[in-house]
Design a protein around this ligand. Structure first.
Ligand code: DHB
Ligand code: FE
Length: 281
């Protein structure tokens, strides 16, 4: 097989992301008719307004219809919605949230990863590319009390910007794990620096981005979900100072409080500390 056959495709990540979305356990919200009416009407009003404002023609309407069908058939709705819409849902959720700032979950979370001790190295290939990074810190509650036994569910892209489970040839569970904080709420995770992430360019989402002359990049980031009994789970991302695309994230999911600035440690490796603050549930 050639390398090209193994390059990740939009269809590949799209269908894996759709599968992961369908498999995830979630509460099915029962939404009252008045709310469906209000929100659906507002969405349609927005579409109607755009058509009037921009004198949208029949050929353009049909092209849009074709594109929407393609996004669905390619399984790209989770990718598209998490890149272009989720940040606003998070912004609304954040109105009632204290402690560490949240950010979008994105389409590449996978549950049930390996449980790891507080001081650990993420599962990675023996020849994993990328600059080693030691990510350490403490989990506390709003009063500053350390949270022992908190779970830091961490996942991130590799040095090529690809996620295990969503791109071919990366072992299952690579650069993913659930790290449990120690008696003082501490953790020290050795991993590698992720690369920036590019939305697959060969599918309908990529086609829209190219047609509109946008760029398809997210800055390099670590994904985290931090959980502890009796506390509100925080889902967030951490970025890197000076990183490319930090000021023009296509997913608009960066926040100044979520930017890490790693530096050399005494042992010569690159390291950074970040403390998480959880609210009581
Ligand atoms: C998408 C991918 C990500 O890695 C992320 O963090 C957010 C969104 C996406 O392709 O939709
Ligand atoms: Fe991501």
């Amino acid at each position: 097989m050639t390398t090209t056959e193994h390059a990740p495709t939009a269809a590949g990540s799209g269908s894996s992301a759709s599968e992961a979305f369908r498999a995830a356990a979630r509460e099915t919200a029962s939404v009252p008719a008045e709310r469906v009416d209000a929100v659906a009407r507002a969405v349609l009003r927005g579409v109607h307004q755009a058509i009037r404002e921009h004198d949208v023609t029949y050929p353009e309407f049909q092209a849009a219809k074709q594109w929407l069908m393609d996004v669905g058939e390619g399984g790209e709705w989770p990718l598209f919605l998490d890149v272009f819409v989720e940040h606003v849902v998070e912004e609304v959720a954040a109105r009632s949230q204290d402690g560490t700032k949240g950010s979008i979950q994105g389409p590449y979370y996978l549950p049930d990863q390996e449980t790891l001790p507080w001081q650990t190295k993420l599962p990675m290939r023996p020849d994993e590319k990328g600059e080693p990074l030691v990510f350490a810190g403490q989990v506390r509650d709003l009063d500053g009390t350390p949270v022992a036994g908190a779970e830091l569910d961490i996942w991130h892209a590799d040095d090529d910007g690809y996620y295990s489970g969503f791109a071919p040839d990366i072992p299952a569970g690579n650069l993913r794990g659930v790290v449990v904080s120690d008696g003082q709420g501490r953790f020290e995770i050795t991993t590698v620096q992720p690369a920036p992430y590019q939305i697959p360019t060969d599918g309908p989402t990529g086609k829209l981005i190219a047609a509109a002359a946008w760029h398809a990049w997210r800055p390099a980031h670590l994904h985290l979900m931090v959980r502890a009994p009796g506390h509100r789970t925080i889902t967030t991302q951490l970025y890197f100072q000076g990183g490319e695309w930090l000021d023009s994230d296509v997913a608009e999911a960066t926040k100044p409080e979520l930017v890490l600035d790693p530096g050399p440690r005494e042992d010569g490796r690159l390291g950074v500390t970040y403390d998480f603050v959880l609210e009581r549930a």
